[in-house]
Design a protein around this ligand. Structure first.
Ligand code: ATP
Length: 349
């Protein structure tokens, strides 16, 4: 059964006119998000990610295009109806945006103030603080908390009105890697437990890799590539996408150190230094064994990295292939037929 679409952006364009420059921040973007997705939007600073996601709840009105969220044509709503609709779309930010003069409990209660009876709000706040693991910090103030704890408060506050969608705008960018990972785990739990749909914008492919099921890559206001996480990691088409993926395996550093190894300095005859990338059932050992058994080509593994993406192995090997030129060519054909990507690496930088 097709999943319910909860966000549809059609031909969304955002332009800013400033005194000395015109900025085309979002360039005719189409985007479809289904219920239960954790949709990552990755791109460098200035790519237009924030502007794009702010168009979802109309914090940023598009210059043109249409925005449909949870069945509502957002641009057609009255100010009152838009306020109500925004309650269904929570948002968390890089710098948490907490009020330092209020306790943690009051920060979380803030969006509900005056909308529900006090006792009900109190019960809701207790429930939310439990959900994010901060039940014992209700009376503390934001300045007494670590960055990770502050983001947990941000998440609890964003969930106060029981939104169906959560927009995360670089929510882990100010956090160290361990805390980032814990916050991402929390988002994943909330996605599973509450059925929350999440749109996560980030400049870190590592964050996308950890929890997203879909990803779009943004550059200069446009989405240049998109697909399921596995599709994108298995067969990235654009150079920028490949660069982002390579950051998750620290490939540049690996190539650098591989180039120092004697096996590379003394490559013989037809020997080739290549990177093999594969996703799925084939693992490095059968692959390497097959190359030898069927093609007489040995693969000397100089670097190996295997990660599990949504339960599927994603492998990257840097190997020296040794054999006759003809055998190596047969090997490349075999690898291509088996969906193993081959990338040649120069032995010198
Ligand atoms: N209100 C605004 N007025 C003028 N220009 C803006 C405005 N908001 C964003 N821009 C410009 O639009 C472009 C895209 O910015 P945006 O913040 O959406 O990018 P981003 O990918 O989210 O980057 P970052 O992570 O640095 O925020 C940038 O050139 C930015 O300077």
């Amino acid at each position: 059964m097709a999943k319910e679409v909860v966000i549809t952006l059609k031909d969304v364009d955002v332009r800013f006119h400033e005194k000395n420059r015109d900025v085309h921040a979002v360039d005719h973007v189409d985007l479809t998000v289904e219920r239960g997705d954790i949709y990552g939007i990755v791109g460098y600073s200035g790519a237009g990610k924030s502007t794009l996601v702010r168009a979802i709840n109309l914090l940023q009105r598009p210059t043109s295009g249409s925005v449909t969220v949870l069945g509502e044509d957002m641009l057609a709503l009255s100010p009152k109806a838009l306020r109500a609709e925004r309650k269904r779309i929570g948002m968390i930010f890089q710098h948490f945006n907490l009020m330092n003069s209020l306790t943690i409990a009051d920060n979380v209660a803030f969006p509900l103030k005056g909308l529900r009876p006090k006792a009900e709000i109190q019960a809701k706040v207790t429930e939310l603080l439990e959900l994010v693991g901060l039940e014992d910090r209700a009376t503390a103030f934001p300045t007494e908390l670590s960055g990770g704890q502050k983001q947990r408060v941000g998440i609890a506050r964003a969930l106060a009105s029981d939104p169906e969608i959560l927009i995360s705008d670089e929510a882990t960018s100010a956090l160290d890697p361990k805390t980032t990972s814990a916050i991402l785990d929390l988002l994943k739990q909330l996605n599973e437990k509450l059925g929350l749909t999440i749109v996560l914008i980030t400049h870190e492919m590592e964050a996308v890799k950890q929890i997203c099921n879909k990803v779009a890559v943004m550059d200069e206001g446009a989405i240049i590539e998109r697909g399921s996480l596995l599709e994108i990691f298995a067969k990235p088409q654009q150079k920028l996408t490949k660069d982002f993926i390579d950051t998750t395996i620290q490939l540049d550093a690996a190539i650098e150190s591989v180039r120092q190894q004697p096996a590379v300095a003394h490559l013989a005859g037809a020997d080739q230094l290549v990177r093999l990338t594969y996703l799925g059932a084939s693992t490095d050992q059968p692959l390497v064994a097959t190359l030898y058994k069927d093609f007489n080509v040995t693969a000397n593994i100089l670097f190996g990295d295997i990660q599990i993406l949504q339960g599927t192995p994603f492998g990257n090997l840097i190997v020296v292939l040794s054999g006759t030129q003809a055998d190596i060519e047969q090997t490349f054909k075999y690898l291509a037929a088996n969906d193993v990507q081959v990338q040649h690496i120069d032995k010198e930088a």
